[in-house]
Structure formats: structure tokens, C-alpha cells
Write a protein that binds this ligand. Structure first.
Ligand code: ASP
Length: 589
């Protein structure tokens, strides 16, 4: 037996006991001839002591040992001498006096320290991920992830859900990204597509009468790697039969509320029941449809004041169909010109031409890029609307609604970070509903689904499908947490005729639709229950619960930001022989 105990569990209750331990050497010190060695395993750290006088053989064996060597140790647990206890360590009251030691495996000097939270370049961490995972931060994240997933499994099992695996080699399951495709050797010239989500398969399971399905599903999307994305990621995928929108939302709300209590009890949920916003409300109040609702600083629309304001940029924008909005950055009235310029540069990245400002300094002065053009009346109206007082900084963008919302929405969250406006341990869950079913794609001159092609329109809006599709809302819901979309789903179309109508609305030729989704249309003709579901990103949720800045920190073996696995060096070329078998010729020009 390698170990009778783990390194994290020994304490005063074990004093006098002989124990066997095994793990990695975390730290070594030689004090006046006596060797102190911290032994680490997944469960903790314990101090081992070797005294050359009482056990010369052990001492001899430890001479070549270095950090990260794997050893097995046998010894007697004893209380640490007076004043030597280490309150930072769970096992800090005791130590193990060694009687035997066995070297199980030596180790090269690692490229970075395992026993210290030093900043290591991410490239190096990813290349040596197996060492990075030994560090406490990553180990704790992986443990948290496991707890989260196992809580979900148990909870859903108790609610009568079945966990069902769906194929990875399948046919295109579009979610708005490019497919990863896999050539078939046995069917030359034909390809599987990796699922962007198990969407169609889970709907098929509803036709199959499974009623309540879930899966911790791997999804594959070949997207440009901007932002915090991974080519493969994990989602909690759910589908339910005989449900309405409320049923699916209630299930998720119950699940995550209980999950937070069980897995991260130090976190507080901001508001229960979770607030709900329509898509339009989130844009108007927060500038984005995945808002962080933990702090104020909401957008104010001053488009009604703009035409008579005296300031041409504002009035012309509104005349041209645009919008003028502002935010009140409370307490920043004394910001310097340079600081305001930095904020201006920030919004320009999101398409804004500039940032008009009106600073009300704390000693009652006014500094502004445009106030001299404003009529007195407009100035008063704006300040009143924005609840402005001395010490405030009012910031405005005038542009198309899309640019105004995006730039001020981002600016709002930038100010949140700059000013430390939120508490990490607060969880601001909310729902966003009433999305438009389709959005007009000017370049392609067609309607694109705002969720996916299987989302049902709101029944009361159906007649507008023929008149003005822009007015049709989808039975869709997005789940948002602290400024991130952590889930999305919808009630589905379960009627083959309506599904065909949506295909044609989004410009999908019926021939093509039949070729791609014929299996669904056919299945739908054999008795389909009304159904709906949701998928929620496990990586994102775990990232937020672990207070991490990106999802790579909660994935054991993530790819880097250019979709490469630096440890295994994937992707990589394959042997010509293999290409031949697959009937593939490369054309790299
Ligand atoms: N398949 C959708 C997605 O991956 C989720 C859903 O509608 O259930 O976003």
C-alpha cells in the first residue's frame, strides 16, 4: 500500500500513529543538519522530518532529493515542538518523523515554481499544463469544476432527467459558427461534422419520448478566436417535453440557486427571483443584452432633448435616425483631460466617433467639450434627467443605436473595473427575454435567426411573419450572470409546416433544407411533443464562480488564443499515407 493517509488529513488526533504517505516534494530545508521536507498530494501538505542521528539511513537517501521528486514516506506522527506550529497549514500542528523513505521517481527542475503563485507566462503554463495543474490555483479550479458538474448531475437525476450521450461524429448542427469536419475513410469524399451543439439530436430525443434529457456536452465551433472562446467547450444541454418558457426558466433558476448554495456558499445571489428584462430594455438600460446588473450607472437616452439642444452633433444625429445616450460616471467629475481622453479612445474601439463630456467638478466648476453650444434649458434638462450633481462626469455618445449601445455598454463595464464598483462574491443572475426572432442581414439580403432555426415565434406574433418579420419575437431566453451570457435556449417549433415556413423566411431553399434537416422534418411528422430547452456554458459559469478572468483557467487542457494545444502541439500535419487513405490532396496556395 503506497499510502495509509493523504497529506492533507493528518492532525493532532493522529499523534503517535505510524503512517505511510506518498506524493511530491513541495519544499526542502536543512536546518542544523535536520532535514524538513514538505510533502504534497492533491489533498494537502504535511511536514516530514529526518534526523541524521535517529535515522541515518533515511537521511542518506534524502541527500539527492529535490523539489517535485515523487517519494513514499513512512514515519510517526508527532506534535510539532512549542512555537513551531504553522497556522496556515491544515496539518500545521503536527509533523511526521521519518523512519523509511523510498524514491518513486526523480524529477527535472520544473520550468516554474509549483509551490508559489508567481506570474508565469501563459504559453509556458500551457506547454507544461501537467505541472501548472499541480499548482493550488489550478487544482482548486479543477476540484470546483468537478463539484459543479456532479451537483448538476445529481440535481437533474432527482428531477427525473436522463443523461443521454449524443454522437460527436454527426452532420452539421449549425449555431452560427463554422463546422469542424472529419473526413470519412470508408466513404471517400464524404465528411462528418462535429456538433456545434447537440441541438437537433436533443430535439430528436423529444420525438423519441425521452421527455427530460440532459448532457454535459462537448460542443465544437470553428470561430475566429476573438475574446474568451475555445474551439471546443462544454455546455449543460437540456431539453424537455410538454413545457412552456416558464418551465425551463424555473428549472435553471432552481438548479443554479441550489448549486451556488452547495458549491460556493460564500457567494451571494443579488436578487431572487432573478430579474427579467426584455431584450430592448437591456439595451436601453445597460447597452448590452448580457448586462452586469450588480451596479447602476445605467444609460440615459437624451434623444428627445437633442433636437432643440443647440448642439449640432446631437441634433443632427437624431435627425439622421440616430440616438444620443449618456452615462453619469458618479464621482469622476474631477477627472483630468487626459483621463477623459483615455475613455474616449476606449469607446472609439467600438465605433463611436467620440465621447462628449460634461464634468461637474467637486468645487462647483464645469468643464465640457460641448456645453458651450447647449442652450441653458437643454443643459438643465440633461442634468436633471441624469441625476447629476457636483463631482459627476457625464459622458455621451451620439451615433446609430447599435454603436451607442455597444460603446456605452462597454464603457460602463470599464468604469466598473476602474472604480471597483462590484463585489466579486455577488452573483447578479438575470433573464433576458423577448428577442426578435430574426434580424435582417443587409449584406446577404435575408433574415437570420437571432437564436437558431428551430426557435418558435411567440404565438401572438405569428401573423406578422408574412407582414413584417422584424416585429416577431422569439420564444427565447438568455441567462446572464455578471455581464456574461451563460446560457440560452428557446421553446422549439414542433410543427413541420411552421418549421418549413421559417426555413423559407431565412432564405433556406427547401431543397437544401431537406438535404440538411430532412431527418428533422421527417421525425416531426411522427407525433412531436411541444418541447423546449436550454444550454448553459459550464466553462463560463465555473470561471465566474472561481473568480477567474478567463475560461482557460477552469479547463484542464485548453487551447491557446490561436486554437492551438501547446502541450500536444495540435493541430499538426498528418502522414501522407493517412491523407491518401482519406482521399485528400492538400492545396495550400
Ligand atoms: N443549442 C443552443 C445553443 O447551443 C441552446 C438551445 O437552444 O438549447 O446555444
Amino acid at each position: 500500500m503506497y499510502k495509509t493517509h493523504t497529506c492533507g488529513e493528518l492532525g493532532e488526533k493522529d499523534i503517535g500513529r505510524e503512517v505511510a504517505l506518498a506524493g511530491w516534494v513541495d519544499r526542502l530545508r536543512d536546518l542544523g543538519g535536520v532535514t524538513f521536507l514538505d510533502l504534497r498530494d492533491r489533498f494537502g501538505i504535511v511536514q516530514l522530518v529526518s534526523n541524521p542521528e535517529t535515522s541515518p539511513e533515511v537521511h542518506q537517501k534524502l541527500i539527492p532529493v529535490r523539489m517535485e521528486w515523487v517519494i513514499q514516506a513512512v514515519g510517526i506522527v508527532r506534535k510539532r515542538p512549542n512555537g513551531m506550529a504553522n497556522p496556515d497549514l491544515a496539518t500545521g500542528e503536527i509533523e511526521v518523523e521519518l523512519t523509511q523513505v523510498k524514491i518513486l521517481n526523480p524529477a527535472k527542475t520544473p520550468p516554474f515554481l509549483i509551490n508559489q503563485e508567481e506570474d508565469v507566462e501563459e504559453q509556458i503554463r500551457l506547454k507544461y499544463r501537467y505541472l501548472d495543474l499541480r499548482r493550488p490555483r489550478m487544482r482548486d479550479n479543477i476540484i470546483l469544476r468537478h463539484r459543479l458538474v456532479s451537483f448538476i448531475r445529481n440535481y437533474l437525476d432527482q428531477k427525473d432527467f436522463l443523461e443521454i450521450e449524443t454522437p460527436i461524429l454527426f452532420k452539421t448542427t449549425p449555431e452560427g459558427a463554422r463546422d469542424y469536419i472529419v473526413p470519412s475513410r470508408v466513404h471517400p469524399g464524404e465528411f462528418y461534422a462535429l456538433p456545434q451543439s447537440p441541438q437537433q439530436l436533443k430535439q430528436m430525443l423529444m420525438v423519441a419520448g425521452m421527455e427530460r434529457y440532459f448532457q454535459i456536452a462537448r460542443c465544437f465551433r470553428d470561430e475566429d478566436q476573438r475574446g474568451d472562446r475555445q474551439p471546443e467547450f462544454t455546455q449543460l444541454d437540456i431539453e424537455m417535453s410538454f413545457v412552456e418558457r416558464e418551465d425551463v426558466m424555473d428549472l435553471l433558476e432552481g438548479l443554479y440557486t441550489e448549486l451556488v448554495k452547495a458549491v460556493t456558499p460564500q457567494k451571494k445571489v443579488l436578487e431572487t427571483p432573478w430579474p427579467r428584462f426584455t431584450y430592448q430594455q437591456t439595451l436601453e438600460r445597460f447597452g448590452k443584452d448580457n448586462p452586469d446588473i450588480r451596479f447602476g450607472m445605467e444609460l440615459h437616452n437624451i434623444s428627445e432633448i437633442a433636437p432643440e439642444s443647440g448642439f449640432r452633433v446631437f441634433s443632427d444625429t437624431v435627425k439622421g435616425g440616430g440616438t444620443v445616450c449618456g452615462i453619469n460616471a458618479k464621482g469622476l467629475g474631477d477627472y483630468s483631460r487626459k483621463q477623459i481622453d483615455e475613455l474616449t479612445e476606449y469607446v472609439k474601439v467600438y465605433g463611436a466617433g467620440g465621447l462628449a463630456y460634461l464634468a461637474l467638478t467637486s468645487d462647483g466648476e464645469e468643464r465640457s467639450s460641448f456645453a458651450k453650444f447647449l442652450t441653458e434649458k437643454a443643459k438643465i434638462q440633461i442634468q436633471k434627467l441624469m441625476d447629476a450633481e457636483s463631482g459627476d462626469l457625464l459622458l455621451f455618445v451620439a451615433d446609430t443605436p447599435a454603436i451607442v449601445f455597444e460603446s456605452l455598454g462597454r464603457l460602463r463595464e470599464k468604469l466598473r473595473d476602474l472604480l471597483g464598483l462590484v463585489d466579486q462574491d455577488t452573483l447578479g443572475f438575470c433573464w433576458v427575454i423577448d428577442f426578435p426572432l430574426v434580424n435582417y442581414n443587409k449584406d446577404e439580403e435575408r433574415w437570420d435567426p437571432s437564436h437558431h432555426l428551430f426557435t418558435s415565434p411567440m404565438m401572438e406574433d405569428i401573423e406578422n411573419l408574412d407582414k413584417d418579420p422584424s416585429l416577431v419575437r422569439g420564444q427565447q431566453y438568455d441567462l446572464v450572470l455578471n455581464g456574461y451570457e451563460i446560457g440560452g435556449g428557446s421553446i422549439r417549433i414542433h410543427d413541420a409546416e411552421l418549421q418549413e415556413k421559417i426555413f423559407s423566411l431565412i432564405g433556406l431553399d427547401m431543397e437544401v433544407a431537406r438535404e440538411r434537416f430532412g431527418h428533422m422534418l421527417q421525425a416531426f411528422s411522427y407525433g412531436t411533443p411541444p418541447h423546449g430547452g436550454i444550454a448553459s456554458g459550464i466553462d463560463r459559469l465555473c470561471m465566474i464562480l472561481a473568480n477567474e478572468p478567463n475560461i482557460r483557467e477552469v479547463i484542464a487542457f485548453p487551447k491557446n488564443q490561436s486554437a492551438r494545444d501547446l502541450m500536444g502541439n495540435a493541430p499538426s500535419p498528418v502522414e501522407p499515407e493517412q491523407m491518401k487513405e482519406l482521399h485528400i490532396k492538400l492545396d495550400l496556395d
